[in-house]
Every structure is written in C-alpha cells, then in structure tokens.
Ligand binder design. Structure first.
Ligand code: PEP
Ligand code: MG
Length: 885
C-alpha cells in the first residue's frame, strides 16, 4: 500500500517532490535537532490521488490518526481533550513556493468545550476566545469559501465598541457566537465541533486549493507544472500571541535586497504568524526581540548560522516565541533580488562554502540583464497609461516626438512614438532616449534596431491611436500631445504619463569602464563571476555590430569578434540616395556607375570595423533586405504624387520612385526578393560588397593590422544558390592583392537550408544560424506581427510558454538546428557554427546552443556580458556541477 504520511523526523530536504518544499525543510530542521514543533506531512502523492479520483485515498485518514497519536504522546496532550487540548496548524506546501496562493488553517481542535481548556492552560481567556474566532473564520473561508469580509465586518464592529484595552473575554465569546451564525447562514450547517472532522476537512481543503483559480494562474505565469499537487503539513500549534513574552517573526540570514551579511527581519510581539504576513500591524526590527528577549534572539541567530552553513545559501525562516521559548516554523532557501543573488553567490564562494563553479549556477543571465539597465523607482510608478511588448530593456523618460525631424531638432531627451518604424526612422531612433510603437513585436524593426543600439523600446502598445499629422496620440479618451512627457519601461512594456524617477545602474557603469571593480559590493561580485565564466566557457561570444562604434563598445564588453555585420544598415541616411540610384538604374552601365560610387563608402566602413576588431573575426553579411525598404513607403509616395497631380504639377522624381516602388512591391516581401536572391538578380551588387571587404582587409594589412573578415551569404535555401554566389565571390577575391584568406560561409535561416545542411556545408566554410528568420519560417509566424497580436493570447492561454522569438524553441527550431550541425559537420568536420539571431543573447537559448555543440553565439553588444555569463553557466552544467541547495 502506498504510504502517504511522513513524520517530520522521517523526511529530509531531498524529498521535496514528495513532501513539498516546506515539509522537506521542516523535516531537515527536525533532523538538525532544531526546535520544530512536532508534526507530519501528508504527501503530494495523496494530493494527486485526491485530485485524480475526487476522493481521499483509502486509508489516508487512518495513517493521519496514527501519526497524530505520536504527537499526542510526545506532547502529552490530545486533540479534543477538554482539559489539555492539542491544537494543530494545517498548511499547504508544494514542490515550489507559491506565496499566498494556497491555504493555511490554524487552531484546529478548538470547539465549545476545548476553548475553556485552552483558556485554563494558557491562563488567558481572551486569547482562547480570540483563537476560536480565528479558527471559525479561517475554516469558513478555506473549507467553505465564506468571504473573509463577512467575519471582518463583525470584528470591526466589535472593535468600534470595545474599550481602550480591546474587547473583553466576554465580548470575544459573543463574537464567536456571531461568527458561528455567519458560518451557519452561509454554509447551511453548524461549525463542526468534532476536532478530527475539522482536521480531515482542512486537509481536503488544502488539496482542493491546488486548483483554485489564482493558484492555476500563478503556476502558469511561473511555469510550474499543473500536475505536481501540494503536500499538507500538520503541526502542533505554538502561540506567539500569549502576551508580551511571546511573538512571531520572519528573518533572513542576509539582506535579501542587497546581499549584505547579517541577520535581517521583522518581529511582532504578542501576535500570530498571519498577523506579520497580513501586515495589519506595524512590525518591528529584530532589534526589538534582541532587546526584550536576548536569549531567544541569541538562539535565533545561532540557528540561522547553522541553517546557512547547512544549506550553503541565504535562508529565510518563520519563527514564533511562545512565552520565551523559540520555535522554528519554516525555513527555505530565500528569494532575493538579482543584486543580492550576485553578491551572495560571490560571498559564499569567497567564504569557501561553495565553489566558484557552483556560484555561477546561483546567478543567471536574466538577472544580470536586469542589473544592467536603469530602472524606474518602483515606489514612484503611477498606473500605466498603456502596456506593450518590452522589446529593449531600460527606463526612458522624454518628451513625445512623432518623426525624425522633431526627434533630432528637439532638446533631448525625447521618446520617438511611431505606429511602427522602418529604416527611415534611424536618425530619430538614434536621437531618442526611447522608442514606443503601436505595432510590432520583439523582432520588429524597431525592436531589433533599438536592442542593437541599447535604446529602450516598447513595441506593439496597441492601445495607442497615433495621429502624427495632428501631433498627438490617444489611449481611450486620454490625449498625449507632442512635447508631453512620458516614461517607458522596456522591461515590462509599460508606458506612463509624466516623468517617473530613474535610477542608473552601477553594473553598466562598471562594464563601461566608469567604475572600478572594487568600487562597490555588487560590482565586485559581477566582476568576479563574469571573469570566472570566461575561464570555464567553451562557447565563444561575438557581437552583432554594424558600425565601428558598436564594434568598439562590444569589444570593451568582452566580445570575441563580430558575428554579424548587417551591411544594409550602412545604406541608410544620405547613402540612401546612392541605393536609390542603384534601384532606378537603367541598364548595366548605370548599375555599374551606382555600384562604383557605393564601393569606397563600403570599404571605409569595413576598414573602420576591422580596425576596431583587429585580430578578431568579423563576419560581414552581404545585403539581405528587400530593396523597396530603401525607398519611401508606397502610401506616402502615392499621396505625394496624387497631390502634385491634383495641383496640376508634374510628379517628377516622385513619379519615377512611385513606379519603382510599384514594380518592386511584393505581397510577402520577407519571402520575396531578398538575401541571396537579391545577389543573384542584381548583377554586381554582391561583387561590389566583396571587393570592398577584400580591399578593406588589404588596406588593414598594409597598415600593419590583423584583419579577419568573413563573408556571409544570407537566406540560402539551396546549395546551388551558394555555389553560384561563391563562384562570383572567389573570382573577386582572387583579383584583390594583399588581402588575407577570407572564409565564405552562409546563414542557415530557413528550414530547407537546415534540412539540406550536408550539401550546403560543402560550399560553406561556416554556418551562422539566423534564428529570427528560422523561427519565423519554421513556425510560419510573422516576426513583425506575431508578438504584437496573437502571441499574447497564446501566452495567456498556455499554448506557448514563452515567445519563440525570444527563447529558442528546442522542439521544433531546435531540432532543425541539431540536424544542421550534425549533417553540416558530417560533410565538413571543421565547419564552424555560430548563431546570430536575437536568441544568441537570450540566456536560456545560450544553454541550448552550448548543448547543441555550437562554437559561438553572437548578440547585441549590450547582451555580450549576459551571454558570457550564460555560456559559463552552461559549461559548468555540462561538466556536471549543479546547484547544491
Ligand atoms: C536572423 O534571421 O536570425 C538574422 C540574424 O537575420 P536578420 O534578423 O537580419 O533577418
Ligand atoms: Mg535573417
């Protein structure tokens, strides 16, 4: 027969699956001979059986009774005994902590008879009646769903009429009678007097609370599986509300906000545990306990030291002092802020409690990301005006502008607000402190460019109705005009009206070289852990950088090269006119002339980037986007031409452009004439770029540098495309004297490229996984629209756990990647494989890439430290180092 009940002395902390986190830790404290009230845990197996069958598993309550008798013998008190009643606390506790989500019932065992026994035992009649009314209220709410307010109303009424010392025992006895009436009216029968029945019903109610709506929602948000069930902890009651020499509190072995060593906590004299949590009364610091009861305080600090050494981490505890005697009610490895996580991990490693490898497992890239951005002062945030997708983190405050001209002309800081952005908006994006769009998701143009620049960006705030012509946007009936101040949070996606105060990040100042590592505790910890990550990681970390400035910044942040230089970003600004010439060129001679004008500009760009990354690889991607992206948008042009025609004027250049845009227009441009297809259809385009790269490298060699360019072909789906491009590339390279050998590789960013990786690898010296397009084409989700529209619904409904554009989908896209790696390497064993999609900087995805055997990841410069840390964590995990907590 399955065993369902475990005495605290029978368990240990390794049994959290069965006993829940709380039960396992109570067992561990009991084993350590710490003062835990006697008790037992009903296992998660029992809960799962109950939830599956809708009935308590046979024999469960017999087992409960047997364990109960052991408590009764140990304490020499019995449940239901009139003279010396045992009272019980019943608490939920699943594998993962779900704070406040599930149920607790205290004072089980009180009834009309035992309440007088409790009064005699405690010598405090008021206390006994107060405990009884608490039981009726908690039981009514938890077991039968009676709203707490129905009881609170009566309690408030009593307090309003009570004297200065609070209600008398007689008044509280009257309150109990009223509570019993409320209970009977609401529930349809009397409050159960039989203590065992109370206990059984309480256990069932805890089982049921697993499926309470709020618990289900919480699990979905925290990615906790729905089928784990909760354990139920049944423990002898100890009382913190027996007068001034009693009390209750919570404490941490280190400061969970900053990681500073020492014992921190709150204490409330003459109170029960839920008074602290509910926050009805103001708590005091632990110093109050040290002053009023130094013996208990000393014992508490000793116990906290024992726990921290034993768990080798920050622990938090709940405790109660009953008439000068300390009892431990709970402990667990405590939650902490990202800053505290870094500080504590580094300190524990310094103290020798854990290894530096293990310290890496205690922090995450996501936490580092949070530490790198300025944040809004959370105490000061008002109600958000709207919420979009947090597309590029940070906190930005500025005046609203709607276009490039205003963004560059206005006094900074400004927030550029657009329906969506396109390459035209780059000057405005550069000038702005933050970017807010009404359309698009995390891989939309605005998001990708903003992340690359480290600009705060909120995308897809669909509640915004933007009217640039009138210079305003509206959200419902609120109107925000150009020049009004707004604040946007690129982490949460929230948009606020007015200025919210911002705190700068010391970690970013350190990474930028403005703060020395030893300048503050947090920065020291980040520095040590990042350096350790660098010594253990196998994955290289490169940056996606299109300008010398980004390349320099990325190198300072620890990038080992450029993994993706998107050359289209070099064709913006005033150079667009040259691209326009190329697109409008009539005949080979005009094409050649346009390309010849572009060549020196490209060469100069490459020289500067190769200089910034001297001695390190720089992967330059040949032109990728559809050409019409370099021309004005069709509706704008059409309107201009129509206006000219209405005025009887010749449309002139606009007319020519309009014809070109119409010619190039496609229904699905992302699946149209772009990438390698462009190179094969616009003669001389790729050749010009290749020549510029080779000549730049030759120039760097002549200058005494060590240039290491690599040429990458985008959007290949068939090896014959790559073979055709290679023939052209190799011919050009052979014509440029003085250049070093330049490897030629391809992006793998379509399912077909992944599926035919073997043949493609014969033509490619390296692969770079373009996981943005690969995700888009594998899922058939538009990267520009999906996140702004239905993906939100999918997340809410649990159809996807995270956006596949944010964290790599291991089951679909991941399988294609593993296939591409293995078949590519089978065809060409020395094939280098990296990734340059946005996932390259996502910590969870980095773990996948390490496991898939990639050589490097490439990500936005600011994410380089995050990827370094994640790669370090992946390496220690692969070496079998785990978090020993
Ligand atoms: C990709 O598709 O993952 C990629 C890096 O290319 P882009 O985002 O420029 O399409
Ligand atoms: Mg791509």
């Amino acid at each position: 027969m399955t065993r369902y009940v475990y005495d605290f002395i029978d368990g240990h902390r390794g049994m959290a699956d069965l006993l829940g986190g709380k039960g396992a830790n109570l067992a561990e404290m009991t084993r350590l001979a710490l003062p835990v009230p006697p008790g037992f845990t009903v296992s998660t197996d029992a809960c799962r059986a109950y939830l599956a069958d809708g009935a308590v598993p046979p024999g469960l309550f017999d087992e409960v009774n047997a364990h109960l008798r052991e408590i009764e013998v140990r304490l020499d008190r019995r449940l239901g005994d009139r003279a010396e009643p045992l009272l019980l606390a019943v608490r939920s506790g699943g594998r993962y902590s779900m704070p406040g989500m599930m149920e607790t019932i205290l004072d089980i065992g009180l009834n009309d008879a035992t309440v007088t026994g409790l009064a005699r035992l405690s010598g405090d009649e008021r206390f006994a009646w107060d405990s009884y009314r608490r039981l009726i209220q908690m039981f009514g709410r938890t077991v039968h769903g009676v709203p707490a307010e129905e009881f609170d109303r009566e309690l408030d009424a009593l307090h309003a009429t009570a004297g200065p010392d609070g209600p008398t025992a007689e008044q509280l006895r009257g309150l109990v009678e009223t509570y019993k009436k409320v209970f009977a009216d609401r529930v349809g029968h009397d409050f159960p007097q039989a203590p065992h029945e109370q206990l059984y019903l309480a256990i069932r109610a805890v089982f049921e609370s697993w499926n309470a709506h709020r618990a289900v929602l919480y699990r979905r948000r925290e990615h906790i599986p729905d089928d784990l069930g909760t354990a139920v902890n049944v423990m002898a009651m100890v009382f913190g509300n027996l007068g001034p020499d009693s009390g209750t509190g919570v404490a941490f072995t280190r400061d969970p906000a900053t990681g500073t060593p020492g014992v921190y906590g709150d204490y409330l004299p003459d109170a029960q545990g839920e008074d602290v949590v509910a926050g009805g009364r103001n708590t005091m610091g632990l110093a109050e306990l040290a002053r009023t009861d130094p013996t208990s305080y000393r014992r508490l600090t000793e116990i906290m030291g024992t726990l921290e050494r034993h768990y080798r981490d920050l622990c938090d505890v709940e405790f109660t002092v009953e008439r000068g005697r300390l009892w431990m009610l709970q402990t667990r490895v405590g939650k902490r802020t990202p800053a505290a996580a870094f500080v504590i991990a580094a300190q524990l490693a310094e103290e020798g409690l854990i290894s530096w490898d293990e310290a890496l497992t205690r922090v995450s890239g996501a936490q580092l990301a949070q530490l790198m951005f300025p944040t809004f002062d959370t105490d000061a945030t008002p109600e958000p005006l709207a919420t979009g997708v947090g597309a590029s983190p940070g906190a930005a405050v500025g005046r609203v502008v709607f276009d490039n001209a205003a963004a560059t002309a206005a006094d900074p800081p400004v927030i550029l607000v657009r329906r969506e952005t396109n390459p035209d908006d780059l000057p405005g994006m550069i000038a702005a402190a933050g970017i807010l769009t009404a359309r698009g998701g995390k891989t939309s143009h605005a998001a990708v460019v903003a992340r690359g620049m480290g600009r705060t960006c909120v995308c897809g705030a669909e509640a915004l109705e933007i009217d640039p012509e009138r210079g305003e946007f509206t959200v419902g009936d609120r109107v925000v005009r150009a020049g009004d101040v707004i604040s946007i949070d690129g982490t949460t996606g929230r948009v606020y009206l007015g200025e919210v105060p911002v705190r700068p990040s010391p970690v970013t100042r350190y990474l930028a070289g403005e703060l020395a590592p030893e300048s503050d505790r947090l920065v020291t910890a980040v520095d040590r852990l990042l350096r350790h990550a660098d010594t253990v990681r196998h994955l290289g970390v490169r940056a996606n950088a299109d300008t010398p400035h980004d390349a320099t910044r990325a190198r300072a942040l620890g990038a080992g090269g450029v993994g993706l230089c998107r050359t289209e970003h070099m064709f913006l600004g005033e150079r667009r006119a040259l691209v326009e010439r190329l697109i409008l060129a009539d005949g080979p001679a005009e094409v050649a002339a346009a390309l010849a004008d572009l060549l020196p500009l490209q060469r100069a760009d490459f020289v500067a980037i190769l200089r910034a990354m001297d001695g390190l690889p720089v992967t330059v991607r040949l032109l990728d986007p559809p050409l019409h992206e370099f021309l004005p948008a069709l509706p704008d042009l059409a309107a201009r031409v129509a206006r000219a025609e209405a005025l009887g004027q010749a449309p002139g250049h606009d007319g020519v452009l309009l014809a070109a845009v119409r010619r190039l227009q496609e229904s699905n441009p992302m699946l149209g004439l772009r990438g390698v297809r462009l190179g094969l259809t616009v003669p001389g385009l790729f050749a010009m770029q290749v020549r510029a790269i080779a000549e730049a490298a030759a120039q760097r060699v002549a200058e005494g540098g060590d240039p290491r360019p690599e040429i990458m072909v985008p959007l290949v789906v068939d090896v014959r495309e790559l073979a055709a491009v290679r023939a052209e590339v190799d011919a050009v390279l052979a014509e440029v004297p003085g250049a070093p050998p330049i490897p030629v590789g391809t992006m793998v960013e379509t399912p077909r490229a992944a599926l035919t990786a073997g043949p493609i690898a014969r033509q490619a010296e390296f692969f770079s996984l373009g996981t943005n397009d690969l995700t888009q084409t594998t899922w058939a989700f538009s990267r520009d629209d999906g996140e702004g529209s239905f993906l939100g619904d999918y997340l809410d409904r649990g159809i996807v756990d995270t956006s596949p554009f944010e964290t790599l989908d291991p089951d679909g896209v991941g399988r294609l990647i593993r296939l591409a790696v293995s078949e590519g390497r089978a065809a060409r064993p020395e094939l280098a494989v990296g990734v340059c999609g946005e996932h390259g900087g996502d910590p969870d995805s980095v773990e996948f890439f390490a496991d898939a055997g990639l050589d490097y990841v490439s990500c936005s410069p600011y994410r380089v430290p995050i990827a370094r840390l994640a790669a370090g964590r992946a390496a220690v995990a692969q070496a079998g180092v785990s978090d020993s907590r």
